[in-house]
Ligand binder design. Sequence first.
Ligand code: THU
Length: 134
Amino acid sequence: MLFYMKSDLYVERLYREAKKAMKKAIAPYSKFRVGVSLLTADNSLYTGCNIENPSLMLSECAERIAVLKAISEGVKDIRAIMVVSNKDGYCYPCGSCRQLIYEFAPDSEIFVTDKKGIKKYTVEELLPHAFKKK
Ligand code: THU
């Protein structure tokens, strides 16, 4: 894990875009708003926000939306993923999203944020012993 106080330009861009995406969150039940942005090798940007549903099990995480948006557009090289939320404390991807990220963005940097700063992780750090279908 790396702690960022001063961010690189692409990290600042990711942060800005994740905050913008968070504004689109639909979270009337939890009030927990999440925004995600990701960058590909050619610097294309995709974003997502959590979208809750009255049938709560149908709610979707922001990470899932962002990653699947990119993958469904043919993206093969997600390099960095940024997660922000409207709550204090770092918002880490949930277990399901970690497995999804492992599958589709195994080499990406994962950034999580708090008012204290930005932390960077590898996928392996967040999901050791991931499920692999040999
Ligand atoms: N959530 C995300 O979108 N991403 C995360 O990393 C953690 C949780 C959403 C799911 C739900 O809409 C709300 O945040 C928490 O209840």
